[in-house]
Design a protein around this ligand. Structure first.
Ligand code: PHE
Length: 455
């Protein structure tokens, strides 16, 4: 049994930094490229509406549950599950749900750090003027060249991993808090500046209607399931992160209020980022909002190329992207470090470096899967893609399901009342966790599996 003592456990200095840290986790690459893109292909405004409903009906209830498990358990995510289960007379084997989330976090970190490395590389390119090539083909080729270069990929991945480990090694107060207190306000300012810039471009109006004009005819079941899956990912659910962050939270803080604030920040950032990105993309004739990494690493730099002040704006954009990735990567390292911290006398610092080295090594293999190891595939997919699929399609839903079922069916009413009081929404919330959340998670899960095997 792992160690998870409550004595002298660190705590967030105040509610505000907790919200910054959790929002820092939630606001990531998912908000800046994935949300705008999936919104575009799934019917714009109608999809945004579906997404908001998913955040409110599934995201929020689950976010509150994860915070609750963490705060009440006051230990590593898996130990928190075990402790709460035992306290309410159930099997401590519920720790599986925490362990699945921790495994997801561990694997996510290894490939996310490679993407974080791309962000570092692009900040440097943007600063040195490398992104403002006169010729569009050169800007497009830049990304291809980066992926083709094992040394550069590994180098930047290493830099990003170091940035992540150094913060987590410092602990909650001296590491993560200090980072997010600077990063999150900066991120927000950068975003506002970018949206201000975007508002001056000719594509702004088109971007507004692209994102907000609802076209219900394109809102398929598939789109709703995509909205649901994204609501999950964007709130960092199912990766033990919110449980870990909740475990440092003081009792006075209202969990539902904090969860609402975090979901609101996350959604606002996603919408603003979408506005900024599509304004510049639509301002450049001939550019299409491409899918995936191509959108931020090729289309956006190309769009900035032709714009007045574009060089400056592209610096802002990539610094923004890097900050968003950094505060997310820190958050996925945290639960993994907590899982092994204290075992065999392992201190925080050593635990952070140990996990850092192991995830770094897996990340190196992911980076190489773009070039020298590109032949090593399973079902046509390299390690980078495989880890992405394994985590987002399988491990996250599983861990989320565990949290929903656990809080829905296993925790006693007394435990819940002690954490949340007797608010009128609690019985409804519980029914949602018991039936609706598991049902919808199962639907997304099956849908993803079908996609995986039949497309
Ligand atoms: N919520 C993050 C996002 O939107 C997801 C994430 C968190 C990914 C932590 C990796 C690490 O990008």
């Amino acid at each position: 049994m792992e160690n998870g003592t409550t004595s002298a456990r660190a705590q967030w200095s105040n509610r505000f930094v907790f919200i910054l840290a959790a929002a820092g986790s939630a606001v990531g690459l998912g908000n800046i490229w994935k949300f705008p893109y999936v919104t575009g292909v799934n019917g714009g405004g109608a999809f945004v509406l579906a997404y908001l409903v998913c955040i409110a009906c599934i995201g929020l209830p689950l976010l509150i549950s994860e915070f609750l498990i963490g705060r009440r358990g006051a230990a590593s995510p898996s130990a928190s599950f075990a402790r709460l289960a035992r306290a309410d007379g159930h099997s401590p084997r519920w720790s599986w749900a925490g362990n699945v989330g921790i495994l997801a976090a561990f694997l996510i970190l290894s490939f996310y750090s490679v993407v974080g490395g791309w962000c570092v590389a692009y900040v440097i390119e943007a600063l040195s003027g490398g992104l403002s090539q006169s010729d569009g083909a050169a800007t497009i080729a830049l990304f291809g060249d980066l992926l083709a270069s094992p040394t550069r990929l590994v180098l930047w991945h290493t830099v990003f991993m170091l940035m992540t480990v150094i913060v987590v090694a410092g602990g909650i107060n001296r590491g993560i808090e200090r980072l997010v207190k600077v990063l999150m306000p900066a991120l927000f300012l950068l975003l506002v500046a970018l949206v201000g810039y975007a508002a001056t471009t000719p594509g702004f109006e088109q971007a507004v209607s692209f994102l907000f004009a609802p076209d219900f005819s394109s809102l398929t079941i598939r789109a709703v399931l995509v909205a649901l899956g994204h609501a999950f990912f964007t709130l960092s659910l199912g990766m033990a992160v919110m449980i870990a962050y909740g475990s440092f939270l003081r009792r006075e803080v209202s969990l539902p209020r904090a969860a609402c604030a975090i979901a609101a920040i996350d959604t606002t950032v996603a919408l603003l980022a979408g506005l900024a990105i599509f304004s510049v993309v639509f301002s450049t004739p001939g550019l299409e909002p491409a899918a995936g990494p191509g959108l931020v690493f090729q289309t956006v730099p190309l769009a900035f190329n032709d714009m007045p002040g574009g060089r400056f704006a592209s610096i802002l954009f990539f610094v923004l992207l890097l900050f968003a990735a950094w505060s997310s990567s820190v958050s996925v390292l945290e639960p993994v470090v907590e899982r092994i911290e204290g075992q065999r006398g392992l201190g925080r610092r050593r635990a952070a470096w140990l996990i850092g080295v192991v995830t770094w090594a897996i990340g190196v293999l992911c980076a190489l899967s773009f070039n020298v190891l590109s032949e090593v595939t399973l079902g046509g997919k390299g390690l980078f893609d495989l880890l992405d699929i394994l985590t987002t399609h399988i491990l996250l839903p599983l861990a989320g399901l565990g949290a929903a079922l656990f809080v829905g069916w296993r925790l006693s009413a007394a435990t819940l009342a002690d954490e949340l009081g007797h608010a009128a929404w609690i019985p409804l919330w519980r029914q949602v966790l018991r039936y609706l959340t598991p049902l919808l998670i199962a639907a997304v899960f099956l849908f993803n599996l079908r996609d995986l095997f039949f497309t």
